[in-house]
Write a protein that binds this ligand. Structure first.
Ligand code: 5RP
Length: 219
């Protein structure tokens, strides 16, 4: 019987086939991305390096002896590999449980292909059961929260958490996200919002889904 970590390890291994030789890999953040970093370490001599979406991932990559470059140095990337908190069959994702959403969105946006790694529990019909993380400039906390209430959400400050960019995270509960592309844009237009955790305009290209019957590939 495979547990959740076994499923994460299986999708991480499957993702290696999407890493072209001699490339710079965009690397996500979180427990699934950590398994991917560990797999990447096994082929580190075949890649030029990595661009990390968080300080935590950079540290893990460097711990394996993988060169970490800035996105500015690396330029456009062939592939970005990351987990998600929820994903739909349309490849729209809800991300940011680990609070790294801004850098994740930046690196994903600079990559030709987004490979999403999830265990089967994360495939949903409608996004929003997982609270939607929003990175916010600290001085805008209350005004952003009020606008989130007006949109029908219940905003909650992630206590004691500061992002790699020095900002706060507001987790929005109670949303049933029927149109993620529209809501992603709407949230981005609130002054003080740095990034929201909807990754719908730039959806995943490939989903590697860990199931009890093995890794399923969805495109
Ligand atoms: C971090 C993220 C992660 O990809 C997401 O939270 C999934 O994490 P995990 O692989 O640990 O379940 O968006 O900001």
């Amino acid at each position: 019987m495979m547990n959740q970590d076994d499923l994460k390890r299986a999708v991480a291994l499957a993702a290696i086939q999407y890493v072209p030789a001699d490339c710079i890999v965009g690397v996500g953040t979180g427990s699934t991305a950590n398994f991917f970093i560990d797999e990447l370490a096994k082929i580190k001599n075949k890649i030029r390096g990595a661009v990390a979406s968080s300080e935590a991932s950079a540290k893990r990559l460097q711990g394996h002896g993988i060169e970490v470059m800035s996105l500015n140095e690396a330029g456009a990337l062939e592939v970005y590999v990351d987990g998600a908190d929820e994903i739909t069959r349309h490849m729209h994702m809800l991300k940011g449980g680990g609070g790294a959403l801004t850098r994740e969105k930046i690196v994903a946006g600079a990559s030709r292909k987004f490979i999403c790694l999830c265990d089967a529990s994360k495939l949903v019909d409608v996004l929003g059961k997982f609270p939607l993380p929003i990175e916010v400039i600290p001085m805008a906390r209350s005004s952003v929260a009020r606008q989130l209430v007006a949109l029908g959400g219940q905003p909650m400050l992630r206590e004691g958490f500061t992002t790699d960019n020095g900002n706060i995270i507001i987790d929005v509960h109670g949303l049933k996200i029927m149109n993620p592309v529209e809501l992603e844009s709407e949230l981005d237009h609130i002054a003080g919002v740095v990034t929201n955790g909807l990754f719908a305009r730039r959806a995943a290209d490939v989903l590697l889904l860990g199931t009890a019957d093995g890794v399923k590939t969805m495109t």
